[in-house]
Design a protein around this ligand. Structure first.
Ligand code: FAD
Ligand code: 2HG
Ligand code: ZN
Length: 474
C-alpha cells in the first residue's frame, strides 16, 4: 500500500465511518471474503460499511488518495466472483448494506428512488404496498441489492416481459472513482443530454464507480394471474408453447421458464417441500406465469385454452394450473430451487449463456450431446429463461466422481458449451456478468475495437485502476 500504512488508513476510515461502519476483526470480515458458489476466497484489510452517499464518497476519496483498491459489495450473491476481493489483502471491501433507504415512491410518476443497499425483495414489497409493481425477480431476491442488480444488469425471470435491470432504471446516483458524487437521479422518461452515463455504470460490475441510489420504474400491479406447470414433449415443444401464449396475449406472459427432467429430479429429491405437481415424471418441463393489470383478463381460461390446443398438437403431455397463490408459489419453488438442488447433488459447472430464442432447442441438444461425450456419465442440467433465450446450460458431475477432478475440467466444459453458443450467434455471459470467472474469455469474445473502447473508458474514469480491479477486463 503506497505511502499510507494500513493503520493510518484504518484510523481515517474509523473517523469517517464510526464504530458501526468499519469491520476489522477476521470473524466479522470473513463472510465478505468468499462468494455464494465458494469458487473464490479473498482477503481484505477491512470492510467499510458507510451509511450514506456522503460517507461512500469520503471513503472513495480516501482510497483514491492512498492508492487503495476497492471491492464494492451488495448482497454478495454474485455467480461469477464479482464481489470477492483478490488474495493480496490490499483491498478494502466497500459494503453498501447500510445505504438502504427508500427515498421516494411516486405512484403517479410510477417511480421509486431507492438506495443501493435496499434488498430487492424490500423494493418489491415497498412497490406492492403502494399498489404498484417492481417487476425484477430472481432466486436471490432476498439478499441481492438494488446496487448489485444494477451493477450486474441482472435479468431473472421477468426479462421476457419487463426487460433486464437496465430497462427498469431511469436515473442513477453514483460516487465516481475520484470520490465525486454524481447526482443523476432524474425521474424522466425522456432525457437525451449527451452520453448516457447511467447506462455506462449499469452492468459495469463496480469497475467504474459505486452506485449509491437509483430511480426505478414501477408498473401497475397484477390484478389477474394464472400459473401453469407443464410437461412438454421436447425443447421444440417448449418453444412452440411459448409462441402459442405469446401469440394469444404477449403482454400477459410474465415469465416462461424451461426445466429439464434431471434438474426437476434434483429439486424433488434434495429440497424439502418441493414435489412434482404432475402424475408422471417427464424429460422436459415448462413453467408459464401469466399476469395482467386487468381484473377481467381471464388468464386461467386463457391458459386452459392454450394448453388444450398444445395437448392436441402433442406438444404438452400433461399440465397443472395452480388453484391459488399458495400453490403458485409452491410450483415456483421447483424452478427457483434449481441452483441449491444442483449444489446438493455435487459439483457442477455453470454456463450462463444466451442464443437467439429460435436457436435454444438446438443449443440445448448440441451442448448436451457434446458435454456427455466430453465427460462420460456427466449430467447436463439446462434450465432457465427460455422466453428470452437465456439458458443455464449447467453440467453436474458424474455420480461417484471426485468433485475436484470434475471441477478441474471446468474450462474444457465451458469451452465445449461456448463453441456451440458462438456458432449459434450467442453470448458466453447472458445475465450473471463477467466478474472474475470470465475475464479470460473477454479477449476472445470482445477483443479488438470493443475491448479497446472498454479499456479507454475504464482508463478515463478510473486512471488508477482502483475500482474492483481484476474484474470484467482482462
Ligand atoms: P454482489 O454479488 O454483492 O455484487 C455483484 C457485482 O456488483 C460485483 O461486481 C460487485 O462489486 C458489484 N456491486 C455490488 N453493489 C454495487 C454498487 N452499489 N455499486 C457498484 N458495484 C456494485 N442473476 C440474474 O441476473 N438472474 C437470476 O435469475 C439470478 N438468480 C440467482 C439465484 C441465486 C440463488 C443466486 C445466488 C444468484 C442469482 N443471480 C441471478 C446472481 C446475482 O443474484 C445477481 O448478479 C445480483 O444482481 C447480484 O446482486 P448483489 O447485491 O448480491 O451483488
Ligand atoms: C437462475 O436463473 C439463476 O436461477 C442461477 O440465474 C442459475 O444456478 C444457475 O446457474
Ligand atoms: Zn437465471
Amino acid at each position: 500500500m503506497p505511502d499510507s500504512t494500513p493503520s493510518r488508513i484504518l484510523d481515517e476510515l474509523a473517523a469517517i465511518l464510526g464504530p458501526r461502519g468499519l469491520l476489522t476483526e477476521p470473524a466479522d470480515i470473513a463472510p465478505h471474503l468468499s462468494d455464494w458458489r465458494a469458487l473464490y476466497r479473498g482477503a481484505a484489510f477491512a470492510v467499510a460499511r458507510p451509511a450514506s452517499t456522503e460517507e461512500v464518497a469520503a471513503v472513495v476519496r480516501l482510497c483514491a488518495a492512498a492508492g487503495v483498491p476497492i471491492t464494492p459489495q451488495g448482497g454478495n450473491t454474485s455467480m461469477v466472483g464479482g464481489a470477492t476481493p483478490d488474495e493480496s489483502g490490499r483491498h478494502l471491501v466497500l459494503s453498501l448494506a447500510r445505504v438502504n433507504r427508500i427515498r421516494a415512491l411516486d405512484p403517479l410518476d410510477m417511480t421509486m428512488t431507492a438506495e443501493a443497499g435496499v434488498v430487492l425483495k424490500a423494493a418489491q414489497d415497498a412497490a406492492a404496498e403502494a399498489g404498484c409493481l417492481f417487476p425484477l425477480s430472481l432466486g436471490a431476491e432476498g439478499s441481492a441489492t438494488i446496487g448489485g442488480v444494477l451493477s450486474t444488469n441482472a435479468g431473472g425471470n421477468t426479462t421476457v416481459r419487463y426487460g433486464n435491470a437496465r430497462e427498469l432504471m431511469l436515473g442513477l446516483e453514483a460516487v465516481l472513482p475520484d470520490g465525486s458524487i454524481w447526482n443523476g437521479l432524474r425521474r424522466l422518461r425522456k432525457d437525451n443530454t449527451g452520453y448516457a452515463l447511467r447506462h455506462l455504470l449499469v452492468g459495469a460490475e463496480g469497475t467504474l464507480g459505486i452506485v449509491t441510489a437509483a430511480v426505478l420504474r414501477l408498473f401497475p400491479r397484477a390484478r389477474d394471474t394464472a400459473l401453469a406447470f407443464c410437461a412438454v414433449a421436447d425443447e421444440d415443444a417448449a418453444l412452440a408453447l411459448f409462441r402459442r401464449f405469446r401469440d394469444r396475449d404477449e403482454s400477459a406472459v410474465r415469465a416462461f421458464e424451461y426445466m429439464s427432467g434431471t434438474g426437476v429430479d434434483f429439486c424433488t429429491s434434495h429440497i424439502e417441500g418441493v414435489t412434482l405437481p404432475l402424475e408422471a415424471r417427464a424429460d422436459h418441463y415448462v413453467l408459464v406465469d401469466l399476469a395482467s393489470p386487468r381484473p377481467d383478463a381471464q388468464l386461467r381460461e386463457m391458459a386452459e385454452s392454450v394448453l388444450f390446443e398444445a395437448m392436441q398438437a402433442e406438444e404438452v403431455t400433461d399440465a397443472a394450473i395452480a388453484a391459488n397463490e399458495a400453490q403458485a408459489q409452491k410450483i415456483w419453488r421447483i424452478r427457483e430451487e434449481h441452483p441449491e438442488a444442483q449444489k446438493r447433488e455435487g459439483a457442477s459447472v455453470k454456463n450462463d449463456v444466451s442464443v437467439p430464442v429460435s436457436k435454444v432447442p438446438e443449443m440445448i441438444r448440441r451442448c448436451s450431446a457434446a458435454l456427455r461425450e466430453l465427460i462420460p456419465g456427466s449430467r447436463p442440467v439446462p434450465f432457465g429463461h427460455i422466453g428470452d433465450g437465456n439458458i443455464h446450460m449447467n453440467l453436474e458431475q458424474p455420480e461417484g466422481m471426485d468433485p475436484a477432478a470434475f471441477l478441474a475440467r471446468s474450462h474444457d466444459i465451458m469451452d465445449c458449451v461456448n463453441a456451440v453458443v458462438r456458432d449459434l450467434g450467442g453470448s458466453f455471459s447472458a445475465e450473471h456478468g463477467i466478474g472474475r470467472l470470465k475475464t479470460d474469455m473477454m479477449e476472445d469474445w470482445r477483443g479488438g475495437a470493443e475491448l479497446a473502447a472498454m479499456r479507454a473508458i475504464k482508463a478515463a474514469l478510473d486512471p488508477q485502476g482502483l475500482m474492483n480491479p481484476g474484474k470484467v477486463l482482462p
